[in-house]
Every structure is written in C-alpha cells, then in structure tokens.
Design a protein around this ligand. Structure first.
Ligand SMILES: Cc1cc2nc3c(=O)[nH]c(=O)nc-3n(C[C@H](O)[C@H](O)[C@H](O)COP(=O)(O)OP(=O)(O)OC[C@H]3O[C@@H](n4cnc5c(N)ncnc54)[C@H](O)[C@@H]3O)c2cc1C
Length: 407
C-alpha cells in the first residue's frame, strides 16, 4: 500500500486504499463512496492523486489483458499497465509507441491523465496516441469515450479509467549519443537544427554555466562528431552528471543501436529512475518563444543553480486535447529536477512563473507549480466534470484549486 507519492513529499490522506480485481468492483466502490480517486504509480510531485478522507483506488491488481490488434495498429491496455511492461509486448509484435517519457515506470492512465511527454519536435505527448478509453463515472456506470471527447487529459477528475486504446507505429531502432559542452550561442543560433538532429533531443543545464552541460540525441543515424561545437562524451552520462551522479540507471548510450523502448526513456525499468531524492517542476512555452524563455531562465541562473540537480530542455509537438499543455501548438519544455528542498523550490516557483508569464506559460499538471494556466477549453472541461460527477466525488483539493478555481 502506497502512503506517499514516489518522491515522498506528499503523504496521501485517503481514509483507505482499495485494490479492485474486476471492473465490477470498481463500479461498486465508486458508486458507494462519497470521495474517490484513482492512483497510478504515484510519480506526480503534487497532491493531484490525493483523496482526503475518501477511497483511493489502486488498479494494479485488475485482472485484464493487453490486447494488440495488428490490423488496426492499436493496443488496448489495462489502466495500471506500466509503459515498460507493455512496450516489451508491443515490440515483440513488431510495433512501437511513437514516443515515451524519460521513465518507463509510470502507469498508462496516470501518465495520460497529466499529458506526460517525451521529447522531439514531431512527437506529441503520450496522451495524444490514446484513441479511446473506458471510464467508470461517479454513478458507477462504465462509459466509452474517443480522443475527441475531452476526457483523455482528465487529471483524475472525471472518473476511473479502466482501459485505454493506444495507436501504434511500426517498430524502430534508435541509437543514443551524448555530447558534452554546447555553447549557449550555438543553442540559440542552431536551435532548429539541434532539435531536428534526432527523433528525440534533450539538453541538460543548470542555467548558470556558460554552456549547456550535455546534449542527448536519440536518432536512427550517427550525428556529426562535432555537434555544433560540443564534443562526444567519453563515457555514459547521467542527466545530473555535473552533480556527480553515476549513469548506472540510464539506458544504453555511446551510439549502440537498440529497440525504441530501450533508448527513448533516459532511465531503465529495473532501476530507480532519475535520482530518487528529488522534486520536479516543468513549464511549457510556445516554441516561437524558445530563445526568450531560455534567456529568462539563464537570467535567474544564480538563483536556480543552488537548488537544482539538473534541468532539461525538450520540445513537444502540439495537439488538440482540452487540458493538454501542448493544446494549440508546439511547445518548448523547461524541466527542473530540484534538490528535495520544497520550501526553497516553492519560493522560486512564483518568480519563475512571473518571468515566463509573457510567453503564455503552462505548467506540467503532475509536477510542482504555483499557478495553473488558463486553457481555452477549461469551461468545457468543467461542464464535462459536472455531467460525469455532479456530486463532486472526484474533486480533490488539487482539482478545486487549479481547475475549478475555488480558492
Ligand atoms: C523520475 C521521474 C521522471 C519523470 N519524467 C517525466 C517525463 O519525462 N515527462 C513528463 O511529462 N513527466 C515526467 N514525470 C512525471 C510523471 O510522468 C507524471 O507525474 C505521471 O502522471 C505519473 O504517472 P503515475 O502513474 O505515477 O500517476 P499518479 O501520480 O499516480 O496519478 C496522476 C494522476 O492520474 C490520475 N490517474 C491515475 N490512474 C488513473 C485512472 N485509472 N483513471 C483516471 N485517472 C487516473 C490520478 O488520479 C492523478 O490525478 C516524471 C516523474 C518522475 C518521478
């Protein structure tokens, strides 16, 4: 039974956790509870998955199969399936998911509910490949939705997702190459070319040094040896290499080709991802503001660096999912892996958000932030939540604060 989130900075306040084995048990539990909330693998850093005084549902014991349909290139998965597990089955059948996040440990339903993403200018968030899902609404009824119904990025506020159907692409191989020391001038001048250098590209920095510490390129071919002035790494790197963290938990680098699901995530399924003792924040701005937003963070570099383990710069393709931070166009993603000093982090967040406000900033729903963004479809989402959950049993303090804006 999980009493805290993965990071340990949130202690869940549910009265009890229930592990249903069947959809019928979920339906009964939801219909009978005044307050209920599904929990995935608990990798969010805020109180989005908490359920004060209510019933938290852990779906990991649900008796449900993964069903791959080669004809339609789709896979139907149980809500609590972990990406790392389904990826092996999908790959064995000759297929792939178009993209993955930095870690393969999260559940599909929890990942999709917060519009979790990877990197790559042509890669949308992991939520965008959901073509449909099944959800138990507040009255206990099982309903089916398509990607166009506004439910996919649901923040756990609409009901309990039991099963999701994901679009697949043909399986593919990638290699992962890391480069050290890319000058900021090169980042600004060649931003488009750098982002186009692979399927997925990440830059790691602490914002205070004169150059970006590392560039990770995951692509089908070998990038040029002189990567815009950066040099090929002489050994495996962890994203927080500059903070002295070893690369033992990282996926294979040094240009060795391998299957998509063993190269796109930064971290291996059989290890603790990232660092473990950390907090995270992430902001998204429209790609046209990329250079200005990076400059704004560099101006804050002297305040950010003492609290940072590392920071990652990525790109995410736009979509039309109602509460997706990428709704309406491609975005630059500015991610921050903090030391576990929540007080210091919370003091910085309003300062960072003020600096990024001119750039239409939107925070990651699953990480630490100060103020949620306004979305064009927020009124529609509230109406959808009212319809599926008129009594508000899925509305925890996070939803009331950031979606309903009650306080
Ligand atoms: C080390 C680390 C690395 C990360 N890397 C990335 C990254 O590369 N990119 C990125 O975007 N994010 C990243 N994240 C954030 C992470 O992907 C998200 O927080 C994600 O939502 C976690 O999924 P989860 O299964 O743990 O969900 P949880 O935290 O358990 O829940 C998240 C939300 O989903 C809801 N939910 C869960 N299950 C269901 C269900 N069955 N039905 C309806 N709602 C449900 C919950 O109620 C809650 O609202 C990272 C986090 C960590 C700890």
């Amino acid at each position: 039974m999980r009493e805290t989130n993965w990071a340990g900075n949130q202690t869940f306040t549910a009265e009890r956790i229930f592990r249903p084995r069947t959809v019928e048990q979920i339906q009964d539990a939801v219909a009978g509870a005044p307050a209920v909330k599904p929990l995935g693998s608990g990798h969010c850093f805020n109180d989005i998955a908490d359920c004060p005084g209510g019933v938290q549902l852990d779906l990991s014991a649900l008796d449900m199969d993964v069903v791959l349909d080669a004809e339609s290139s789709t896979v139907s998965v149980p809500a609590a399936a972990r990406y790392g597990d389904i990826a092996v089955q999908v790959h064995a059948a000759g297929f792939a998911l178009a993209n993955l996040a930095s870690l393969p440990h999260c559940t599909v339903a929890g990942t999709v509910a917060t519009a979790t993403h990877g990197s790559g200018r042509r890669n949308q968030s992991l939520a965008s490949v959901v073509s449909g899902l099944e959800l138990v609404a507040a009255d206990g009824e099982l309903k089916t939705f398509s990607r166009h119904d506004g439910v996919v990025v649901g923040l756990g506020a609409l009901g309990v997702v039991t099963r999701l159907t994901l679009d697949l692409v043909p399986s593919f191989d990638l290699r992962q190459d890391v480069f050290d020391g890319l000058a900021w001038e090169s980042v600004y001048e060649h931003f488009d070319e750098i982002q186009d250098a692979g399927h997925s590209v990440s830059l790691f920095t602490n914002w205070a040094r004169d150059e970006v510490d590392q560039v990770w390129v995951k692509g089908p071919g070998q990038p040029g040896a002189d990567f815009f002035g950066a040099t090929a790494a002489d050994g495996p790197r962890h994203p927080a290499h500059a903070a002295g963290i070893p690369a033992d938990n990282c996926t294979r680098q040094l240009g060795v080709t391998g299957p998509w699901h063993e190269r796109i995530p930064h971290f291996r399924l059989d290890f603790t991802p990232s660092i473990g003792n950390e907090l995270q924040t992430e902001y998204f701005v429209p790609i046209r503001h990329a250079v200005e937003a990076m400059e704004a963070m560099r101006e804050l570099g002297h305040r950010l660096a003492p609290v940072l383990l590392t920071s990652e710069i990525r790109t995410v393709a736009g979509d039309e999912l109602w509460l997706s931070p990428f709704q309406g166009g491609d975005r630059l993603a500015l991610h921050f892996t903090w030391l576990p000093d929540e007080k210091a982090v919370r003091e910085l967040l309003p300062v960072m958000e003020e600096r990024l406000a001119p750039f239409d900033v939107r925070p990651h729903w699953g990480k630490l932030f100060h103020r949620a963004a306004d979305y064009p479809k927020l009124p529609d989402f509230r109406a959808l939540a009212d319809g599926l959950d008129p009594g508000g049993k899925f509305r925890n303090p996070f939803v009331r604060r950031h979606v309903l804006r009650e306080s």
